[in-house]
Design a protein around this ligand. Structure first.
Ligand code: NAD
Ligand code: UFG
Length: 331
């Protein structure tokens, strides 16, 4: 299939491009490089041994997007392009609503106009809010605590309505849990600009000596050891989930959790990292981070039953691969 991957130079997008190329698909990437760089495109080509077509453009620009749809006979779209920093979305909601909602609308409009019937959207477990774990696709969604989360919930809603009204426009909403790790080559991975917001990139920076110690946000949650519990999933498993989703039977609207189904606390992840990489990570316990929930993990059985996809990689591989990538990064 010819697949347009928006945000394909980013963290999850780049791993997915490699997986798509390895599965024999042709890949066209559209990215404005606002949170990535062109080098990643070369790396995707190097890792897969295949060429891709790259457009440096903004997904919110309808004319530019239209030109891509005219030039290529697309079979499907995987839409990763978006802004994702929770704290930044609270400070600057307008940019988040504009980028994330307009991007989704522009792409959906182009799909209808050019008869592209498969659309896979990057959603997030954040749309479940503080529901009872494990989160199941059929649950009623609860409000999220920030504009970023709202853009995911609203995009889901828009795509559902558009698909309902257009029987040829099939949509798969993928709700990711916590993606971590990197390609085994250590060549592509997650390289946040500045201070990392997320746990794994923070730990790897401490391991590298770039940050002094990890601050653990709260030890009084109703969890196994008082620290927050999340469902960490290897980015390579997540990438395979996208291949399964775009290749899967396509009709109407499909929603899948992409998680492992296992909850891991902050302290458990820290221990796994230390064990995998033989590194001691100093830490201190501080106040809870506003907006955090205690428990977040998936019921991952629907994706297994319907797509035949299941996460395979364990916590140790996630920690080992994240560290290998960090070590290779030039600072
Ligand atoms: P990322 O920032 O690494 O990748 C996003 C890519 O999109 C970047 O290359 C960026 O340059 C590009 N982009 C942003 N706005 C654009 C625009 N207007 N036009 C064109 N390109 C644009 O992020 P990621 O971690 O790979 O996340 C990919 C998607 O998955 C995002 O939609 C994100 O919200 C979602 N998601 C991520 C996580 C996570 O923890 N990483 C969790 C749940 C959902
Ligand atoms: N944490 C710390 N110290 C840190 C960073 C995080 O203790 O320096 C803790 C958090 O309190 C939380 C856990 O580690 O308990 C995971 O935090 P992350 O920031 O890595 O991830 P979140 O679960 O908060 O959020 C992530 C993405 C969101 C996405 C959500 C989906 O950042 O975009 O997963 O579940 F919506």
């Amino acid at each position: 299939m010819n697949i347009l991957v928006t945000g394909g130079a980013g963290y999850i997008g780049s791993h997915t491009c490699v997986a798509l190329l390895e599965a024999g698909h042709s890949v066209i990437v559209l990215d404005n490089l606002s949170n990535s760089n062109y080098e990643v495109i070369n790396k995707i080509q190097h890792l897969s041994g295949k060429e891709i077509t790259f457009y440096e453009m903004d997904v919110t620009d309808p004319l530019a997007v239209s030109r891509v749809f005219q030039r290529h006979e697309l079979d499907g779209v995987i839409h990763f392009a978006g802004l994702k920093a929770v704290g930044e979305s609270v400070e600057n909601p307008l940019i988040y609503y504009k980028n994330n909602l307009v991007g989704t609308l522009v792409l959906a409009e182009a799909c209808l106009k050019y008869h592209v019937g498969r659309f896979v959207f990057s959603s997030s477990a954040t749309v479940y809010g503080d529901n009872q774990v494990p989160f199941v696709e059929s649950m009623e969604l609860l409000p999220t605590t920030n504009p970023y989360g709202e853009t995911k919930a609203m995009s889901e809603r828009m795509l559902l309505d558009i698909s309902k009204a257009n029987s040829d426009f099939a949509v798969t909403l993928l709700r990711y849990f916590n993606p971590v790790g990197a390609h085994e080559s250590g060549i592509i991975g997650e390289a946040p600009d500045g201070m990392p917001n997320n746990l794994m990139p923070y730990i790897t920076k401490v391991a590298k000596g770039k940050l002094k110690l990890l601050r653990i946000f709260g030890k009084d949650y109703p969890t196994v050891d008082g620290t927050g519990v999340r469902d960490y999933i290897h980015v390579l498993d997540l990438a395979d989930g996208h291949v399964a989703a775009i290749e899967g039977l396509f009709k109407g609207v499909n929603i899948y959790n992409l998680g492992t189904g296992k909850g891991t606390s902050v302290l458990e992840l820290l221990k796994a990292f230390e064990q995998a990489n033989n590194h001691v990570i100093p830490y201190e316990i501080v106040e809870r981070r506003p907006g955090d929930i205690a428990l977040c993990y998936a019921n991952a059985s629907k994706a297994e039953q319907e797509l035949g996809w299941k996460a395979k990689r364990d916590l140790i591989s996630m920690c080992r691969d994240a560290w290998r990538f960090e070590k290779n990064l030039k600072d």
